[in-house]
Each structure stands twice: as C-alpha cells, then as structure tokens.
Ligand binder design. Structure first.
Ligand code: NAD
Length: 493
C-alpha cells in the first residue's frame, strides 16, 4: 500500500466521455495541478454548448433501452462496478489524492464512503417494491416508478469520487442516463470511474463525462433534454444553479456550503472531545462541508481547549494533513486569519508559521490554526473559511451557544460534546442544522440515513442520498386498472 503521492511522469490528458468515446471538449484548455507540489499534472479542454448538445443526444439514445432494462439487470452492472472499484481502490485513491490534496488515507476513505452509497443503490431492486391495492370493486391502483430520462450532476473539488457517488449509482440504477460535470480543479478521477462503469458493462451513453466550467454548467442547466440536476458546491453557486435550473423547468437539488458549529460543554470527556474536534477541523485540511469551523466553548472548557491545541500542534503536514486546493485558497485563508486578528481574535495556534514539507515547497500549505476569543458576527465567526482554521467563541450558557449557532444562515451540521444526555437532547432538538452529532465531530449519516443540510446549505426539497433520492431521480406513475366488465358501478364506488 502506497503512503504518499507521486507526480505522474508526464501531464495527463483529461477528456470527455460522450457516447462511450473519450474525446476532448471544443472549448479553451485549462491546466490541472497538484496541491501537494503546485505543479501541472494534466490538461483538459472546456466543453461548449455544442458538446453538451451532442452529449444529451447520445444520452437520450442510451436512456431508451437502459430505462426499459429491468432493475435487477441494471443492478448486476452496479455489482460489477463495486468489485472493480474495490480492485482499483489504490490507483483511484492515488489520483484523488494527487489532484485534490487529500492524504491517501482520506482519499481511500472518501471512495469507500461513496461505495456505501453504491451499496444502498444495490438494495433498491429489493427496497423499491412499489405498491398495489384494491381501491374499489374489481379496481386496483398501483405505483410504477419510472426513470426521468437524462439527468445531470455537477460536483465540487473537495470529494472527487465520494460526492459524484452520492448521485451516479442511484440515478443510473433507477434507469436514467447521467451526465456528470466534475470540478475543473479535480477532473482526473472521473476517468477511472467512467472506465470502471464501462468495464462493468454499462451501455455506452448511459454515463457521460463533461469537463469544463461555468459555460458547460449553464448549457446543462438550460438544455431542455435534461430533466433533473443535482449540484454540490458553494452556496453562491448553489443558489444560481437552483434558480437557473428551476427556471428552465428542471428538478434541482443544490447542496451548498457550510459553517458548522460544535458546542463544547465543560463536562465533555477530555480525550474524546479534543480528538474529535481536532479531527473535525483538520480533516481534508478543513476543506469539507462537514468540518467544524466554529467551536462554541461554554463555561470553563480551558482544559479541553489546551488539549485541542496540543493535538493540532502535533500534526505533520503531508503526513497527517493534506494540502489546500490552490494558492488562491491559501492566500484567502491568510487574509481571513489577518482579518480575524484585526477584529479582536487571538491566534493561539498559527499554522502560517509552519514550513512546507521537504520536496513539496511549492505546494499549498497551511497547518492547523486556532483563533480564540472570536466575536460573534465577525468574519471568522460567520463566513465559510474552508481551511484548517478553528474559530473559538467563548460564552457562558448553553442558551447563548444555541443562539450563536442558530444565527448562522447555513445549516449543514452541528455537534455537541457533553456527558449530559439532557444537554445533548436539547442541542439535537434546537440546533437548526440538517445533521447533528452527539460526541461526534463529523456527523455524516450512514445510508439509508440521508445526507443533506438546511437553510443556505441546501436549495430544493429532499436529500441527495437515502430514500428521498429515489423520488428525486425518478417519477411515480399511478396506474388504476379495472378488468371486471360490469358497467353498473362507477369505478369509484
Ligand atoms: P464551487 O461552487 O466553486 O464549484 C462546484 C461546481 O460548480 C464545480 O463543478 C465548478 O466547476 C462549478 N462552478 C463553479 N462556479 C460556477 C459558476 N459561476 N457557474 C456555474 N458553475 C460553476 O465549489 P468548490 O470550491 O468546488 O467546492 C467547495 C464548496 O462545496 C464548499 O463551499 C463546500 O462547503 C461545498 N460542499 C458542500 C457539500 C454539501 O454536501 N453541502 C459537500 C461538498 C462540498
């Protein structure tokens, strides 16, 4: 098993897959670079409206027979897909790590989490048994679930495999053709995933991969041949996607950014809380929508805060924590820390001062950083920073902590660390977030419990995984049947 990422011997050409054929988009080219090394590792060409038109045509052709294939047969392709992903786990994880800056362990874990959703999709053939009942004399009514046809998913840089796997297995198992637009910062992972599905026997055109940016996304949103769009990314873009996609008559579910709070009570177990909180704000270098961003320390919690600083200080860059996606991201975080200082925060652990790992000096690094005495309402307290920076807000009571938590416009996750069940229950009840953790710093639900937040962290109805995803990626037809030939009764009687 490999322990660190290595650069490819030469830059990789990242292509579109349309109708089962790999070929370049027709727009301008862009570079793909490695966050670890700050070096070019590949190139791709952006896709234009004409590319999307062709992709939709191919996807529509494929959708006809795929939609009519029994779900039991579609699921066999997905079983084989799972085996291939497990076989190729190491090579796909290396690609994820190389292009996203995650550690190899995080890359593997993300892919395995995606495979969990695939396993949920495999259960749909048994779970989704429809329903039929007698509704009148000799008359029955039944549900039939139908695919939508061509659907699309637009995904972010921070989970190049896991987030797409929230959508692709469920949408395809339900009989749709799926057009995937990966992040232009991490497009390489889409190639082994599409190849794995092809090897598993997925007919050409059922999965399309489109490389590109805003132009490709807008063409997807406006295309009348696409029925539904799933999106995961930042809140400003999620809002745009929701509005533009809905305006063109599509179903849209758009997951946005986050500002997750952890409420720390003085009675929390010191070791469990300090490790759970440190792992939450440093995992994936803080670049995940479930990361703890704000710690609301209630009462005398100094002994736990000291342990958090000790743990976070021991992190070795590249070994324990990966890199930031870009130099822009690093500059933005440096500016946020500087602004926090101006707004009265105290930098009690300064990741800016930690040197880059040897041999990776051009990578985008920021070691764990902790800001204490952050004031509610300031930049570090309210905005998504998306890096390994923890903002500590001190307060006296749980009511105050909940008020701070609930004043956030986001609502992805919230956690509490405590030894008191009643306190935990109150947080679970009153915190306005879609995913709650009790003594858990990253409260990601496991299938079939669905993934999704509230408020500015999600636009649209339902969640991206779990039972409501079935309704998002398909339609329910209601068939009412009468085979008795008598005419003396109204069918409703
Ligand atoms: P992003 O919004 O910049 O990009 C997401 C996708 O949208 C990419 O495919 C990108 O190419 C495309 N895009 C970017 N700008 C666009 C525009 N103006 N018009 C149309 N398309 C555009 O997000 P990111 O930086 O790749 O990912 C990080 C963000 O995603 C963070 O805010 C994070 O919290 C969020 N995220 C949320 C969840 C969740 O489940 N809620 C999960 C992962 C990431």
């Amino acid at each position: 098993m490999q322990n660190s990422v290595t650069l490819p011997t030469q830059p990789i050409d990242c292509l579109n897959s349309i109708g089962g054929q790999w070929k370049a988009g027709s727009g301008p080219s862009f570079d793909i670079s490695s966050p670890y090394f700050g070096k070019k590792i590949g190139q791709a060409k952006s896709s234009t409206k004409a590319d999307i038109d062709q992709a939709v045509k191919e996807a529509q052709k494929a959708a006809v027979s795929w939609g009519r294939t029994p779900i039991k047969e579609r699921s066999q392709v997905m079983f084989r897909f799972r085996q291939i992903l497990l076989r190729d786990l190491e090579t796909i994880s290396s690609t994820i790590s190389l292009e996203s800056g995650k550690t190899l362990a995080e890359a593997r874990a993300g892919l395995m989490k995606g495979i969990e959703v695939l396993e949920f999709a495999l259960s749909l053939q048994n779970l989704d048994e429809g329903g039929k009942m007698e509704v009148s004399r000799g008359v029955s009514c039944e549900y039939r679930r139908e695919p939508l046809g061509v659907v699309a998913g637009i995904t972010p840089f921070n989970f190049p495999a896991m987030v797409p796997m929230w959508m692709i297995p469920i949408a395809i198992t339900l009989g749709n053709s799926f057009i995937w637009k990966p992040s232009d910062k991490t497009p390489l992972t889409s190639m082994p995933i599409a190849n794995a599905l092809k090897e598993a026997g997925l007919p050409d055109g059922v999965l399309t991969v489109i490389q590109g940016d805003k132009t490709a996304v807008e063409a997807i949103l406006d295309h009348p041949g696409i029925s539904a769009v799933g999106f995961v990314g930042s809140t400003p873009v999620a809002k745009l996607i929701y509005q533009r996609g809905s305006a063109s008559g599509k179903r849209v579910l758009a997951l946005g950014g986050a500002k997750n709070h952890i409420i720390l009570m003085p009675d929390a177990d010191v070791e469990m809380a300090s490790r759970g909180i440190t792992d939450s704000f440093t995992g994936c270098a803080g670049q995940r929508c479930m990361a703890a961003s704000t710690l609301i320390a209630v009462g005398d919690t100094q002994h736990i805060l000291d342990r958090i600083v000790t743990h976070a200080k021991s992190f070795q860059l590249s070994r324990d924590m990966g890199a930031l996606i870009s130099q822009d991201s690093r500059d933005r975080l440096h500016a946020s820390i500087a602004q926090a200082e101006v707004e009265g925060a105290e930098v009690i652990l300064d990741g800016r001062k930690v040197a880059a790992p040897a041999g990776q000096e051009n990578g985008h690094w920021l070691a764990p950083t902790i800001l204490d005495h952050v004031k509610p309402g300031t930049h570090a307290a309210t905005d998504e920073l998306f890096g390994p920076v923890l903002s500590v807000i001190r307060c006296k009571t749980l009511s105050e902590a909940l008020e701070i938590e609930n004043s956030s416009p986001f609502g992805n996750a919230a956690s509490v660390f405590t030894a008191n069940g009643a306190v935990a229950d109150r947080v679970a009840q009153e915190a306005k977030a879609g995913m709650i953790g009790v003594n858990i710093g990253v409260p990601v639900p496991r299938e079939p419990f669905s993934f999704g937040g509230f408020h500015d962290s999600k636009f649209g109805h339902g969640d991206i995984t779990g039972p409501s995803s079935l309704d998002f990626w398909s339609s329910l037809k209601k068939v009412t049947t009468k085979w008795t030939m008598s005419t003396d009764q109204n069918w409703m009687s």
